[in-house]
Design a protein around this ligand. Structure first.
Ligand code: FMN
Ligand code: ZN
Ligand code: ZN
Length: 682
């Protein structure tokens, strides 16, 4: 067995080139907490995205935009539109009611003549046989049988003549005058079937966004709850004043006593009693003033009516800003992920009707258990957001749970009191959660925590026992807790603290046993990278399951491994199948026209910027592989394995070209967690 420096992946001698590790990727920057406090939302900086936004939003966004611009400079994706554009009605193969008056181009023949050649969607076999002998694997336009992933899935391609895979669904009909006119093919049977099974859900339309933007959306549940909160606050203030008054009276009495030097035991007893009573009253209001089970007017809700989350032994794909987009989640589901969660959305942006934020709630029908994650700092933004979500998506069964982000380390989020800042504000968090529970009706509320804000000062245990305890059926009515075993301050280079996770789980279970409460599922999170990691966390650290973030980004097939309890030595061909799937899922979601392909390419490259980090386990001397091991330089078992392991971003673009055709010349991809070593690795 070769000798490796500690923390290096143990690659077998025959595959080893050098034990000097390659560049260390910066996961803190990827999440957004590194790199000078940049917003992690940069990846979504679509120059075309028109996310509207009211007055508040404009103000709030100033800072955010500034942070985004920094990175935009490094991101050049080339043009996202066709040279020549065409009226969308004509592109869809329909008539345009504006006829000659229409300001858009209606000349289909000219449009098609100027359009770049159609792309193919090669199978992996076709790609590999085409590449054998030549070192280049490329999508050669027109050389493959025509396939459009959208047409294949839906029996119809809504991008019509603008689709870059058009040859799969165009036919030429001969008109009476002998000229050929192109028309679009529709597979009616498939279309009817897909209408039921393949449609994405949770479209929150422009109408709703506008109502939100113009502050005309109505929030009956929120209004009633916030009033209730105000009254409770008032009562609390009154009690506080009473307490102060009594204290003052006590002080005066003592002073008088000191000067007269008379023993006054009976009196003293009486006063202490009064004080005790006040203290009791005070705690009663703090815990019960907002009775989780007392109905707010018009809001019948008992925690018993909440949908129960039976998540024991399930796999949970972590919410991942930018990279955890719908196509990626769909890929993970295809590998076996049971629970998926959308990217973090800001409560204030949902409430200002941001189109970009509302796009985050979209769900693919294959996502069996799907939640939306929101970040906010208190009841008056979190509760109304929950209320809109329940009304617009929940009523159609589009959301299975709503998760409150109590772990986001990003400065921009933390400074507003959201994300991990909530770890130090349990009273505020509790009020928000109780209100959200009311607003969401039967939809459960979950929370995702870090262990604390500062290293050495863990606070999660106290917060978790409080969340489930407190008398009655449940303190805050939380349906699941996920605990990421790191503080806000901790870098990804240091391993998650699973001992502390176990301590928290045990404390919650003890509390539940004491108070005869039903157990709340608890998921641990941090560094899970194999089937072994998953199952030993469940056995050793008492969690109900493990949430998986970077493990899924680096090897999306980890869900298959966990489900089948094996370590999968996946080969390069199988990995390329996964990349192709992701490309197709991207096209299906973002579109197969020029602009959709461009967006798909960006997200595909973002995904590949994690996947290259996978060291094939067949090359390792010791299993299981560990997430924090640095990869030495190695050679793969074939050319494709080498290509898939390349840290050079130009190679990721090259891989994207296999399925998405040539990238625009101006397309340069810089990953979010860029490290200086990337280019020199070439
Ligand atoms: C690129 C990236 C984006 C993330 N985005 C989110 C997010 O939107 N919401 C959230 O709660 N956590 C987010 N996280 C944290 C992960 O959900 C997870 O807690 C963390 O990566 C630890 O799990 P892991 O060790 O399995 O990666 C993000 C992490 C990364 C690396
Ligand atoms: Zn028109
Ligand atoms: Zn198409």
């Amino acid at each position: 067995m070769s000798v490796f420096p500690a923390g290096t992946a143990p690659v077998k001698a025959e595959f080893l080139i050098s034990i000097d590790p390659i560049a260390v990727p910066d996961d803190d920057a990827a999440e957004g907490s590194g790199g000078g406090g940049q917003s992690s939302r940069n990846g979504r900086d679509d120059p075309d995205a028109n996310d509207g936004g009211g007055r508040n939003k404009r103000k709030r966004n100033k800072e955010e935009k500034k942070a985004r611009q920094g990175q935009n400079k490094n991101r050049r994706f080339g043009k996202v539109r066709d040279e020549q554009d065409i009226c969308f009605k004509i592109a869809a193969g329909t008539l345009c009611e504006f006829g000659a008056e229409c300001k858009y181009n209606h000349d289909l023949q000219t449009y098609l003549a100027a359009k770049p050649p159609d792309l193919g969607m090669p199978t992996v076999d076709e790609l590999l046989s085409a590449s054998s002998g030549s070192e280049e694997t490329k999508n050669v336009p027109n050389s493959q049988p025509a396939r459009c992933p959208i047409f294949e899935e839906f029996g119809e391609c809504k991008y019509g003549f603008k689709c870059r895979y058009l040859s799969a669904h165009i036919q030429k009909a001969l008109s009476e005058d002998g000229t050929e006119s192109p028309s679009l093919v529709v597979d009616e049977a498939k279309k009817a079937h897909a209408a039921i099974s393949a449609k994405e859900v949770n479209y929150v339309g422009a109408d709703t966004q506008k109502l939100l933007r113009t502050k005309k959306y109505v929030f009956p549940v929120t209004d009633a709850y916030l009033r209730e909160l105000q009254e409770a606050d008032k009562r609390e203030q009154e009690i506080e004043m009473e307490r102060k008054r009594l204290k003052e009276a006590e002080r005066e009495r003592r002073e008088a006593e000191d000067s007269t030097v008379v023993t006054a035991e009976p009196e003293q007893k009486q006063d202490t009693l009064t004080e005790d009573k006040t203290v009791n009253l005070h705690t009663e209001i703090a815990a019960d003033g907002l009775h989780p089970d007392v109905d707010t007017p018009d809001v019948p809700m008992r925690f018993a009516e909440k949908n129960r989350l039976d998540w024991r032994g399930k796999t949970y794909l972590a919410p991942l800003t930018t990279v955890g987009n719908l196509p990626f989640r769909r890929l993970c589901v295809s590998y076996g992920a049971d629970i998926t969660c959308g990217e973090m959305g800001l409560a204030t942006s949902f409430l200002s009707g941001s189109k970009e934020e509302w796009s985050l709630v979209r769900r693919h029908p294959s996502e069996r258990t799907f939640g939306v994650q929101i970040a906010g700092n208190k009841a008056n933004t979190l509760v109304p957001t929950a209320e809109v979500l329940a009304k617009e998506c929940g009523s159609q069964g589009g959301i299975d749970f709503v998760d409150v982000n109590c772990g986001c380390p990003i400065d921009l989020v933390f400074k507003t009191g959201s994300g991990s800042a909530l770890l130090d504000a349990p009273a505020k968090l509790g009020k928000a959660l109780i209100g959200m529970n009311k607003a969401l009706g039967s939809i459960p509320v979950t929370i995702k925590l870090r262990t604390g804000v500062k290293d050495g000062r863990n606070t999660a245990e106290k917060l978790m026992t409080r969340a489930v305890g407190g008398g009655g059926e449940s303190g805050w009515g939380i349906a699941c807790i996920t605990l990421h075993g790191r503080t806000r301050q901790q870098r990804y280079t240091k391993l998650a603290d699973w001992e502390y996770i176990r301590q928290c789980v045990d404390a919650v279970r003890a509390r539940e046993a004491d108070e005869d409460l039903p157990p709340v599922p608890i998921f641990g999170n941090g560094d899970c990278f194999s089937s072994h990691d998953y199952h030993s966390a469940v056995d050793q650290y008492h969690v109900d399951g493990v949430m998986i973030g970077r493990g899924a980004l680096i090897k999306p097939w980890i869900f298959t491994e966990i489900k089948e309890r094996r370590e999968w030595d996946i080969n390069s061909r199988e990995r390329l199948e996964g990349v192709k799937k992701l490309a197709e899922f991207g096209l299906s979601h973002f579109g197969s026209d020029t602009s959709g392909i461009n967006t798909t390419r960006r997200y595909l490259c973002e995904a590949l910027s994690f996947q290259y980090r996978y060291v094939p386990i067949g090359l390792l001397e010791v299993l299981p592989a560990r997430i924090n091991d640095r990869a030495p330089r190695f050679r793969g078992r074939d050319e494709l394995e080498n290509l898939l392991a390349s840290p050079n971003s130009a190679d990721w673009v090259k891989i994207s070209e296999m399925f998405l055709g040539p990238a625009p010349e101006a397309f340069v991809f810089v990953p979010k967690h860029k490290s200086n070593a990337y280019e020199s690795q070439g």
